[in-house]
Design a protein around this ligand. Structure first.
Ligand code: LMR
Ligand code: MN
Length: 435
């Protein structure tokens, strides 16, 4: 389908279209100083005009590029935000303004990190004996996602300062990300034990515990407990790191406790429809089920077909399962859950999912059983293990440690529906960052 032209003018802006067009023409021609003057003028006269504000932002954006100015870029970022916040801003304008804003923010952020990396490199050269400068330099690489250079930096630090706790936790963290589980353990452990500044971070407890669990070492829970005592985890079992404080926390929920009884009823009444559409996709569009890619499996075959994520519908996926998506549209507590997903999940026999913890306490996770073998499938959340039933919904809080086994003789299919934690306010649901 051809893309429709975005609608940028609201009712009022249509009445000043000639003036807006004149300013936009200047911008398009590259007469940026004049365009800036024209849009600033319009913003002063029509402070409620989203289109004028958006034009001002775009002009500042263009100027930032021309002048290579971060200050100007910051101004553009602010103005995009103002434009999107104005009352009666057209949906298309809000979307374009916020998308561009996010892009530019990222660019600015990365630019700042690169800039600081250059500065740190100079410092490291000027003061080669200062180990803490080298450590900061490594963090700069990690922030840019350049683990291999970070690794080199920490190898160097550890060769000159073998007891440096900061370098140890970071080196261990990098090894763990490379799936060198057993190797990562002593570095993470000794780094945390050092108590050196910068080592007391929830992620190090999280990954040390995870590595210990994967090698079958019960000491994991000692570290989780310590991570909890130091304020990083809500409890030994609940180890999500993106949390809202004070939300009711328990591993398993009943429909009634969630308050989302209409949704649960709708899923249980329509489970065959959901199942049949899922099965049809498995037969004809197998490639839509993507293998789990977060390194959560010890072994086996586990695929997911996602319909919504971060509160956004995947239109293409929904074309494959239209009735299921129409059903879900009635439940904004799920489709609008920016910290969750709606997806099919297929698991083959011979699969084991390591104990793990979701990223946030802001969602609850419903599992609707679709195709459940008689025996061999189970899910443990904390110390309570349950099994799925066809046509029935299980509800758990996946910020608590959970683990899955599939030892049946045929595949298992479920439908996963995340919902906002029921205690989150409408304002929190609108403003929490997506995950
Ligand atoms: C999970 O949400 O971690 C798993 O339980 C999903 C699944 O398919 O079992
Ligand atoms: Mn999980």
């Amino acid at each position: 389908a051809k893309k429709k032209k975005p609608k940028l003018l609201n009712k009022f802006d249509k009445t000043i279209k000639a003036e807006l067009d004149a300013a936009e023409k200047l911008r398009k021609k590259g007469k940026l100083e004049q365009a800036q003057k024209a849009f600033e003028d319009l913003v002063i006269r029509y402070p409620q005009s989203p289109r004028a504000r958006y034009g001002k932002a775009q002009t500042e954006d263009d100027l930032a590029e021309k002048m290579r100015s971060n200050d100007m870029l910051q101004r553009a970022i602010n103005t995009y935000g103002e434009a999107a916040d104005l009352p009666n801003a057209p949906t298309d304008l809000v979307k374009l303004a916020l998308k561009r804003r996010a892009e530019r923010q990222q660019f600015l952020e990365l630019g700042r990190i690169r800039g600081s990396l250059v500065t740190l490199q100079k410092l490291v050269q000027l003061f080669p004996d200062d180990v803490s400068l080298k450590n900061d330099f490594g963090v700069g690489y990690l922030l840019l996602g350049d683990n291999s250079n970070a690794k080199k930096v920490y190898e160097e630090v550890l060769s000159i300062a073998p007891h440096d706790g900061f370098a140890k936790v970071h080196y261990g963290f990098i090894l763990k990300a490379e799936n060198k589980i057993a190797e990562s353990i002593p570095f993470l452990k000794e780094g945390l034990e050092s108590g050196d500044p910068g080592t007391d971070d929830g992620r190090f407890y999280f990954h040390l515990g995870d590595a210990l669990q994967r090698v079958g070492d019960e000491e994991a829970y000692k570290w989780y407990e310590l991570g909890h005592k130091r304020g990083h985890f809500a409890s030994m079992w609940q180890r999500s790191l993106y949390n809202v404080d004070g939300l009711k926390a328990q591993p398993w929920w009943t429909a009634k406790e969630t308050g989302y009884t209409d949704l649960v009823k709708a899923l249980e009444r329509n489970w065959k429809l959901v199942r049949d559409e899922g099965l049809a996709v498995m037969d004809t569009e197998k490639g839509l089920f993507l293998p789990e890619d977060e390194n959560l499996r010890e072994k086996g075959d586990w695929g997911q077909f996602t319909l919504w994520q971060q509160g956004k519908k995947n239109e293409n996926s929904c074309k494959q399962v239209p009735k299921t998506c129409t059903l879900m549209e009635r439940f904004p507590e799920s489709t609008g859950c920016k910290r969750g997903q709606i997806k099919y999940s297929i698991m083959k026999p011979g699969t084991h999912v390591w104990p793990h913890t979701g990223p946030t306490n802001c969602r609850l996770r419903m599992h609707l059983g679709l195709v459940i073998p008689k025996e061999g499938c189970r899910i443990r959340c904390t110390n309570d293990t349950r099994t799925w039933e066809e046509g029935k919904v299980l509800i758990f809080d996946d910020s608590f440690e959970h683990e899955v086994w599939q030892d049946a003789s045929s595949f298992r299919l479920i439908f996963i529906v995340d919902v906002w934690h029921p205690e989150l306010t409408p304002h929190q649901r609108r403003t929490l960052s997506p995950i």
